[in-house]
Design a binder for this molecule. Structure first.
Ligand SMILES: Cc1cc2nc3c(=O)[nH]c(=O)nc-3n(C[C@H](O)[C@H](O)[C@H](O)COP(=O)(O)OP(=O)(O)OC[C@H]3O[C@@H](n4cnc5c(N)ncnc54)[C@H](O)[C@@H]3O)c2cc1C
Length: 456
């Protein structure tokens, strides 16, 4: 070990990562009177929540990571925000909230055809809730649904849209990834879906509020966790070391996969195996602010756009996020779009964000040749190339087995090293903010129980 041991209060619980799970764990422990220290590698809190004010004038807040709250009436995240007086807007993409443009024919589907395509798509996704033993991947399952001569729009939606939902390519996603009761994680019914006015940053601000300056250290990437008896020592890239009673590891699965944090003693084989088996996907966003919402059919109504490429390939969709771009409800909002993409398109975007923004604007011009105007500001996410995420979110891959998400979340090394985050989805939702929040609460509760047991 290098460097001097940095003094922290005896019995401090060290939390690696200042995303939703880490901040939630810190809050719960602090409320119980336990000293906490959050070590965050980035220069900001929030992790895969990152809301940017695109044009810098408080009218174009867009989420580069998490954006939606699903089934909001039963979602803990919504209730936390609601209690804090933070507004949301409904964004459910029903039968009529979007348009489909085919780049091959350069034609828009009319309203009836769009509703029919959407209804078929919804019905096919619904079938995935039933377990099947016939297929080895989601792609195979979709191919059987589509038959020999699928319509371009049907094929495009089934092949590439679920990738945005799951994070991983259909060839690597488990055929039962969305099957009810197959896994230990819960699945949203998606009856409602809302976005937060002014973005998810409001949640991060709420979670960070109770924590004092010295309890959160930014720019402190952790490189090593060592356990010796009842002491846990955490080392950072700068060579600082911190000693605590427990550590809660909340880094994304992509970071665990990369092995940039070493454990001494090493991770047990069972834990290492599930880290390798569970998938971690690639999804990126290009967000754009404009002077006018030239893509809207009705200037007062959000309109999302699917532009089916020719030839069909991994591609994105344009989500109209204008209604939530103001700082808070009632505040001015600029017209904004978020282009969401997966696979190779996302990998390319993360490697070359400027080129991605240009390419996406060019595509918009192709789709709206008469009304297009260039964006006044853009931003491109880099989740897959960032050393602090190395991807977007976890999914059940073809290699993942029931029970893996439980194993991932289990404490190790005599209960001194605990795990939380959106992949630790034992009885909660996988790969989303609510799951991260619940897992953080759970890890904190486990520490409190262990500390109580030690005192008795
Ligand atoms: C493009 C995209 C779209 C999404 N859309 C939605 C959505 O609409 N709705 C939804 O509910 N969820 C969505 N999600 C998922 C959601 O963002 C995550 O599930 C959630 O934010 C995970 O929180 P977490 O605390 O588990 O992890 P994170 O937020 O990733 O927090 C982990 C923290 O650990 C830090 N860290 C990493 N390595 C180190 C290290 N070595 N040392 C110290 N700190 C480190 C990171 O910087 C980060 O702050 C989306 C994610 C992405 C990427």
């Amino acid at each position: 070990m290098t460097g001097d041991r940095t003094n922290v209060k005896p019995g401090t619980v060290i939390i690696i990562g200042g995303g939703v799970s880490g901040l939630t764990a810190a809050n719960r422990l602090k409320r119980a009177g336990v000293p906490v220290l959050v070590l965050e590698g980035r220069d900001r809190l929030g992790g895969r929540i990152h809301t940017v004010d695109l044009a810098g004038d408080e009218t174009s807040w867009t989420d580069m990571g998490a954006a939606w709250i699903d089934d909001h009436l039963t979602n803990k995240v919504y209730h936390l925000l609601n209690d804090a007086g933070i507004g949301v807007e409904s964004t459910k993409m029903g039968l009529f909230g979007h348009q489909i443009f085919d780049q091959k024919s350069s034609r828009w589907k009319n309203t009836a055809a769009t509703a029919w395509t959407t209804a078929k798509f919804g019905w096919r996704l619904g079938k995935l809730q039933k377990e099947s033993t016939e297929f080895s991947s989601l792609d195979e399952r979709f191919a059987a649904m589509l038959g020999d001569k699928p319509e371009r729009a049907d094929e495009y939606l089934l092949k590439y849209f679920p990738e945005l939902l799951n994070g991983g390519p259909g060839s690597d996603v488990h055929p039962n990834a969305s099957a009810k009761d197959y896994w230990e994680y819960k699945i949203y019914e998606e009856k409602t879906s809302v976005m937060i006015t002014g973005g998810y940053r409001h949640l991060v601000d709420e979670l960070a509020k109770p924590l004092a300056d010295g309890e959160v250290l930014l720019n402190h990437p952790v490189t090593k966790v060592s356990v010796d008896g009842s002491s846990v020592v955490v080392e950072t890239a700068q060579g600082q070391t911190f000693e605590g009673s427990h550590v809660i590891v909340t880094v994304p699965l992509g970071v665990l996969k990369a092995g940039t944090i070493t454990f001494d003693p090493p991770l047990p084989a069972a834990k290492q195996d599930v880290i390798e088996r569970i998938g971690f996907g690639t999804v990126e966003k290009v967000t754009m602010a404009f002077k006018t919402a030239f893509w809207r059919r009705n200037s007062n109504k959000a309109n999302h756009v699917f532009a089916i490429p020719d030839p069909l390939d991994a591609h994105g969709m344009f989500v109209d996020v204008t209604d939530v771009a103001g700082a808070s409800p009632g505040m001015p909002a600029s017209p904004c779009l978020a282009y969401v993409c997966g696979s190779d398109t996302a990998t390319r975007a993360a490697k070359n964000p400027e080129e991605a923004a240009k390419r996406v604007a060019a595509e918009l011009e192709l789709v709206f040749p008469d009304t297009f105007e260039p964006p006044v500001a853009t931003a491109t996410s880099t989740w897959s190339s960032s050393p602090f995420s190395r991807g977007c979110y976890p999914y059940a891959s073809v290699d993942t087995r029931p029970g893996d998400f439980i194993t991932l979340g289990q404490p190790i090394h005599g209960g001194r090293v605990l795990f939380a985050g959106d992949a630790c989805a034992d009885g909660t939702f996988l790969s989303n903010v609510e799951g991260a929040l619940v897992s953080g609460e759970r890890a904190a509760e486990a520490v409190l129980e262990a500390q109580l047991a030690e005192r008795l």
